[in-house]
Design a protein around this ligand. Structure first.
Ligand code: ATP
Ligand code: MG
Length: 473
């Protein structure tokens, strides 16, 4: 007996929504760094030149980052900073992302770009402070009364809407749960049905419902269903043991930033976020220092009771030279605060003016007092061979086939101008090949691309020859 929402009649706002069809496959958008899966280090921490993690060369920088990852994992690098420096396109951003992969999903990683601090609505220092809060995780363990099991039945029961006369509303939902030991049928409130739809729960999923709050969480798909063909990467979990109704230790990962935000706008949610809702009932809409201190106090209480554990994560500030002197001064203070995460900076500038000053020239555009707190790691330029390998990796990720000589051509282009230029020629060349009815990119496509799209040096050179036509009319 499945839901039978009528689609033609006007529908009350809380009528049964149409059944959720699980999406057939994840759209495969390919981001510039999607070939990077990690630092690709050996267990001893050495960097083989051709890594499985998608990283080519850059052995020094990778090993250095490996050490930092170990330090972060053993929580010995909080409040310290790593500065990645190197020419454009040498893999600094990629390295930082690899570090985040290595740390795993449980360690918060908060990436921002230097220029993000310049907002007209939020103070520069606020942006930084928030990023730092988002990089401090809190793992909360609670024992709660739950109903857990594999969903055997999911039946919303409708009744006439007493208010409008049109359409139907869900009066309750019947959920059947099965464990190794037994089964149970629950009659749940319609608000829980909304949560069930939101979590995209279908028959065969293993879920638990918190008895007190009614919060529903999907644990995964029951492995009884593991043989069916699933395109998406599913997590299969065994049928839960014990009774359906039981006490269970739940672990939740949140960041201090999440707690700040949830408590600045208390809405009375269902989970841990609103535990602190009782703290601030005034409906504040801004995260103030006072609120942060209050949240800290509660968090400290949790930690002292052994309910929660602080997990310091990483703030990654790309293009750090875009920050100005006020931000840098504030960063010094943030780094010295007791609950500071690890900070990774990246920049491609050499000696340059510190933003916001007129006369302070400093290495990487970062004031010396902050530089002093950083460990500096340099990324090297790539050889032709290495460019070739990265191009090949990208071609694999993008599903492109390269004809004879193409890799050599691109590698040569990359060595002459930059790795990015070589990578950027790849996709349009594939389109060109497609237009000529081929599935493989040939050397001629690359030549044609090279004529259509210039690299920076050539383009600047042309402008120079033309008598600087950008300047004078
Ligand atoms: N060693 C490498 N192995 C594999 N891919 C790489 C490597 N280095 C860079 N790449 C890829 O090359 C491209 C450019 O690298 P990235 O964006 O990390 O450069 P960057 O150093 O951050 O440059 P910028 O200073 O301009 O920000 C990205 O697509 C990146 O994934
Ligand atoms: Mg970058």
């Amino acid at each position: 007996m499945a839901s039978t929402a009528s689609t033609s009649a006007p529908v009350a706002h809380n009528a049964v929504p149409p059944p959720v069809v699980p999406s057939a496959g994840r759209s495969s958008r390919i981001a510039p760094h999607s070939h990077i899966k990690g630092l690709g280090l050996t267990p001893e921490g050495n960097a083989p030149p051709d890594a499985s993690g998608g990283f080519i060369g850059q052995t020094n920088a990778r090993e250095a980052c490996g050490v930092i990852v170990d330090l972060i994992k053993s929580r010995k690098f909080s409040g310290r900073a790593l500065l990645l420096v190197g020419a454009p396109g040498t893999g600094k951003t990629a390295l930082a992302l690899a570090v985040s992969h290595e740390l795993g999903a449980k360690v918060p990683f908060c990436p921002i770009v230097g220029s993000e601090v310049y907002s007209t609505e939020v103070k520069k220092t606020e942006v930084l402070a928030e990023a730092f809060r988002r990089a401090i995780g809190l793992r909360i363990k609670e024992t709660k009364e739950v109903y857990e099991g594999e969903v055997t039945e999911l039946t919303p029961t409708e009744s006439e809407n007493p208010l409008s006369g049109y359409g139907k509303t869900v009066s309750h939902v019947v959920v059947g749960l099965k464990t190794v030991k037994g089964t149970k049928q629950l009659r749940l409130d319609p608000s829980i049905y909304e949560a069930i739809l939101k979590e995209k729960i279908v028959v065969g999923d293993v879920v638990y419902v918190e008895a007190n709050t009614g919060a529903v969480k999907r644990v995964g798909r029951s492995d009884a269903y593991a043989s069916s063909y699933d395109l998406e990467s599913e997590t299969y979990v065994p049928l839960p043991k014990g009774d359906v109704h039981k006490r269970k230790e739940l672990v939740q990962d949140v960041t201090l930033g999440d707690l700040d935000a949830a408590n600045a706008r208390p809405q009375g949610g269902q989970d841990i976020m609103s535990v602190m809702g009782s703290l601030v009932k005034s409906g504040r809409t801004e995260v103030t220092d006072k609120l942060r201190r209050e949240v800290n106090k509660v968090v400290k209480g949790y930690v002292d009771q052994g309910v929660a554990e602080v997990v310091p994560g990483v703030v990654f500030i790309d293009e750090v030279h875009m920050l100005d002197i006020e931000c840098f001064t504030y960063l010094n203070a943030l780094l010295e605060s007791p609950m500071a995460p690890t900070v990774i900076f990246a920049t491609n500038r050499g000696n340059s003016l510190v933003r916001g000053t007129t006369d302070i020239v400093s290495p990487h555009g970062v004031p010396v007092d902050l530089l002093d707190r950083c460990m500096i790691v340099k990324t090297d330029a790539y050889t032709r061979e290495q460019v070739g390998k990265v191009v090949q990796l990208r071609a694999n990720v993008e599903g492109l086939r390269l004809g004879p000589g193409v890799l050599e051509r691109l590698a040569a282009e990359g060595e002459k101008s930059s790795l990015r230029y070589a990578l950027q020629l790849l996709t349009p060349a594939a389109i060109l090949a497609g237009l000529s009815g081929r599935t493989t990119i040939e050397a001629e496509d690359i030549s044609e691309m090279g004529e259509l799209f210039l690299d920076a040096k050539t383009s600047a050179g042309l402008i120079g020859e033309g008598g600087g036509f950008l300047g004078g009319r």
